[in-house]
Design a protein around this ligand. Structure first.
Ligand SMILES: Nc1ncnc2c1ncn2[C@@H]1O[C@H](COP(=O)(O)OP(=O)(O)O)[C@@H](O)[C@H]1O
Ligand SMILES: [Mg+2]
Length: 585
């Protein structure tokens, strides 16, 4: 977690934030207007009370008293109403701004390249999109406007006090310097405490998220106990941080109470003497008692308000940082033909995930339109990487990848990715119906179309057997289906999107032998009339390929047809014999 170092008032940041309030300018202006009106209305009540006491109570006047009571009731109603509208408007404004901001941030993040996600904790991004943005809402609802209102009210009240009686004013304000010092000290202490709290909350979030996601691993390895111990520790740290913040608050509030009591005591002592001596009116004394409350409340709250504002500033800084991050795959390409033919060519391609740690070294090969290429090799040889760079999920370091003779970087990115269908081993399903998982909510794909495709791929029967058929809800990450079933679904997902180039990355490895026939049929349907690259362990799939590449440590070490490679008697032959052994076992 980055530390909180932001200033409460960063003009540049604030101006940028204000841009987001632009569409709601009227609301903002209305809120500001109400804030100003409320600040000026504040000293009216004490003044009215002073008037009532001096004019209608000291010399009793029932009718006058009733009139004043009605006026004060009216004023109170007006203030309450304005307060209500103001609170509603400013919160509405804050929520509207963060809705817009969230949408923008989310859209921005979804276009980041995968490399960014390799290096950024998902929990951090979740925090940015959810809670950091939340603090920005408070800038509008509890931050700027309220601070302006409080400060304005302070000024108006103090001016009113001095106009009415400067001696009583001085007495009332006697403890204010002390209050300001206390508030300042509090503000510093609470800022540090809040930073700590936020860090601990983030840790708690990250821990819970990660451990719930990995719950099956925890249970498989009987790690409930140690996971629980770790959790208790994180939780205890969280408690400690919170208690520290609470502690600071519980010192600050009584101190303020004491200070305001001192002011009040001084005022009553000196004022009462004045009343007796006839230099202070009783009404003024009453008014000043109310003024004191009006002074202390906003000063006490200012510290809190500035913290809110500051947290909002820190939140917006973090969010803007994400918005300013240009981690997108460059999409300068413009080529977007109606349809690809599907000729693929890797020309001396070098690729590293980081720095110079090459996982692909001078890889060159061709696949012609409609052909099927199989890639085999040990785990970590670089097979999946070939696919990652073909669809430009990662950028290559050297060399050129061409599709239909055109550098892939020259294609419009969306077009390129739409033209290459990828089925990976680790199928990700959203907690949604089977149908939506296949169409990915594409409104152009009808249920009939999906059923038709499922029949051709040969998995219609399987889906129909599920309760609810195509409407079957697969739940969180497809937890209600077996791995093999999920793979069959992802086959259909690729098939229905009808890409010109199809890539299967160990997509058949989790399917049991009973489904072997099903898989062969599906692959047959899938690879028909399109260029395909298949990474597989299954002999049947590999043998049927037009060409086979054998990879080892990022290099292509053998290439040819099944028969050619067997004859060669190298790595392929060894892999082949090994898997044959496995399959007959
Ligand atoms: N996202 C990644 N970031 C960094 N290194 C990676 C990443 N994905 C794979 N690698 C590394 O690249 C090498 C090749 O991986 P991969 O292409 O997935 O192999 P295969 O699919 O043949 O098993 C491995 O050493 C692996 O550790
Ligand atoms: Mg792989």
């Amino acid at each position: 977690m980055s530390s909180v170092s932001g200033k409460a008032f960063d003009t540049k940041l604030l101006l940028r934030l204000m841009q987001y309030a632009k569409p709601y300018r009227t609301t903002l202006q209305l809120g500001l207007l109400m804030t100003v009106i409320l600040a000026f209305l504040a000293p009216l009540r004490p003044i009215l009370i002073q008037h009532t006491v001096d004019k209608y109570i000291i010399t009793p006047d029932g009718a006058g008293l009733l009139r004043m009571t009605l006026i004060m009731t009216g004023l109170l109603l007006l203030e309450t109403m304005l307060q209500f509208v103001n609170t509603y408007l400013t919160n509405w404004l804050g929520q509207s701004v963060i809705r817009d901001l969230r949408v923008q941030v989310y859209a921005h993040i979804t276009r980041f390249k995968l490399k960014y996600f390799d290096n950024t904790a998902i929990g951090t991004l979740v925090t940015r999109v959810v809670s950091d943005i939340e603090t920005i809402a408070d800038v509008f609802s509890q931050g700027i406007l309220v601070i302006i209102g409080d400060l304005l009210q302070l000024v108006v009240v103090i001016v009113a006090m001095f106009v009415i009686d400067w001696r009583l004013s001085l007495i009332s304000l006697a403890s204010v310097p002390l209050l300001i010092v206390t508030t300042y000290v509090f503000k510093k202490a609470i800022k540090i405490a809040f930073q700590d709290v936020r860090t601990q909350v983030a840790r708690l979030n990250a821990f819970v998220q990660e451990h719930l996601t990995g719950m099956s691993i925890i249970q498989i390895f009987n790690k409930e106990e140690s996971s629980f111990k770790k959790f208790s520790k994180v939780n205890e740290e969280h408690r400690r941080a919170q208690i520290r913040a609470v502690w600071i608050f519980s010192i600050f509030f009584p101190v303020v109470e004491i200070l305001s009591a001192i002011s009040l005591g001084l005022l009553v002592w000196w004022g009462a003497k004045g009343v007796i001596e006839g230099i202070v009116t009783l009404g003024n004394l009453f008014a000043f008692i109310l003024f004191i409350f009006m002074l202390f409340r906003p000063i006490r709250q200012l510290a809190d308000r500035f913290n809110t504002l500051q947290m909002g500033m820190v939140g917006s800084e973090r969010v803007f940082n994400i918005l300013d991050t240009q981690a997108h795959i460059e999409n300068k390409g413009t080529v977007s033909p109606a349809k690809l033919k599907g000729n693929i060519e890797f020309d001396k391609v070098w690729f590293a995930y980081k720095d110079e740690e090459y996982v692909l070294k001078e890889v060159s090969f061709r696949v012609s339109e409609g052909e099927t290429l199989a890639i085999v090799g040990a785990t970590g040889a670089g097979k999946s990487s070939i696919i990652n760079i073909l669809s430009r999920f990662y950028e290559i370091n050297k060399g050129i990848i061409r599709v239909d003779g055109v550098d892939t970087r020259e294609y419009e990115l969306e077009f390129l990715r739409k033209s290459i269908g990828v089925v990976v081993q680790d199928v990700f399903l959203f907690s949604d119906s089977i149908l939506n998982n296949i169409t990915l909510n594409d409104p152009d794909k009808s249920e009939e179309e999906v059923i038709e495709a499922a029949k051709r791929v040969g998995i219609h029967n399987f889906i129909q057997q599920l309760p609810g058929g195509y409407q079957f809800d697969v739940r969180e990450r497809g937890g209600m289906l077996s791995l093999g079933q999920r793979q069959l679904i992802s086959f259909l997902r690729a098939y229905i999107h009808n890409p010109q180039i199809l890539v299967l990355d160990e997509a058949t490895s989790s399917v049991d032998s009973e489904s072997e026939m099903l898989i062969q049929e599906a692959i047959q349907a899938l690879t028909e009339n399109r260029t395909s690259i298949i990474i597989a362990h299954r002999l049947a799939t590999i043998q049927a390929a037009d060409r086979i590449l054998v990879m080892d440590h990022g290099k292509i070490v053998e290439r040819g047809t099944h028969q050619e490679l067997l004859k060669l008697g190298g790595q392929y032959k060894r892999l082949y014999d090994l898997s044959k052994l496995k399959e007959s076992a």
